[in-house]
Ligand binder design. Sequence first.
Ligand code: PFF
Length: 453
Amino acid sequence: MATSKPNIRGTWNSKIGFILAAAGSAVGLGNIWRYPTVMAENGGAAFLFIYAMLVFIVGYPVMVAELSVGRRTQKNPVGAFKALSKNKIFTIAGFWCVLCGIAILSFYVIIAGWTISYFFEQIFFHAGLHDWAAWVSDTENGWLNAAVAIMFMAVTITIVLGGVSQGIERAVRLLMPLLVVIIGILIVYVMFQPGASEGLTEYLVPDFSAINTDLILAAMGQAFFSLSLGMGALITYGSYLSKKENIPEAAAMVTVFDVGIAFMAGLLIMPTIYMAQAQGVVIFDADGNLVAGTALIFQVLPELFHEMGGLIGLIFGASFFFLLSIAALTSAISLLEVPTSYVIDEHGIRRKKSAILIGGIITIIALFVAFDTSLIGTIDFIFSVIGLPLGGLFVSIFLAYFWKTENARLELEKGFDDINSTIFWPVYKVFIKYICPVLIAAILISTIVEAIR
Ligand code: PFF
């Protein structure tokens, strides 16, 4: 067990429990809904290339930074920055993290709701109830969006109420591996369908001329979103982590797992998009933009399952959307945990009250999104694409120049005794001090300059 402090905040029960919870936070709609959509909109393979680079060059070092700040302070983002530096800028950065959590969850919950609606769509469709299937899968039905989102938030709040190990850890143990298996089988199926090879080429053969500032910004936003970075989710999860664990190793496992699932989702969805196109479904408009936008995977994937037909279609369709909703749930939990732990730590309010209070506020904001789903793109751009890298910039500058790398090393040494004699430490120092902040700032600044021109 974890810490020397009295265990009132909670700790993870086991190393694997922590890794699963962190992976559960990372793996979610970001991998299976957001990644394929953003990738398909940004030139396929070229996007994958830049995204993968940014994950390892920027994402991984920031993940190690967040976990070590969290474990050192055993606090939420606001409390963690305050505990290690008197500089007010970082208190503001902590609040920014909390705000990003609230904003992102307010649209995340709507899309999570769609995964539940489509679970029922599959059942109705395969049962021959086509009218019901069409009704439940209407993503523009505000009342339906609201009702399902409220249910989803209620489950999220209930788990966060239960605290870290009982609630979060238990929910992720079995279901994540099952999702991987299902996606694997679906990939094999899709590969044999007409049109699939065109999608595969688009996904794996890069056209480097497609790389521009928009693509790079989108890839950076996706890297942060997918790894749950830049809003203190991993500061918070790190705060429950035992001093015995090796942070760089745990972070490497979570990163590889997360990218692996996103890569697999691309292998499934790009060929599926082209397969749908081969059947006459219009996927891209004249300018090459995706017609379906945010709802893309909710249009092409159900089609795939309908195509499969019969019991097989039902089993794959229903279990895919069920497992996707579980993946969304374990991520939503971490999104809610950030503002909740802030209220618990900084305002001394009990976990139960805090979770209900913050969860209630988020549900109210989500209702606006339910009735106007075009808000998803706007909130996502401000708080994920810009907001998360900005948070990551703060974290890396904070670790390198305010908390100082030497203090970070002392924290990382716990669970990683020989850190000094490995190549990891000198390389990590260069990344967190220079490469991460410069690269993130350069991408954000060039976007702003481009927008002004
Ligand atoms: N990483 C999650 C996903 O890919 O769906 C979303 C997310 C969770 C983003 C937690 C940020 C966060 F702090």
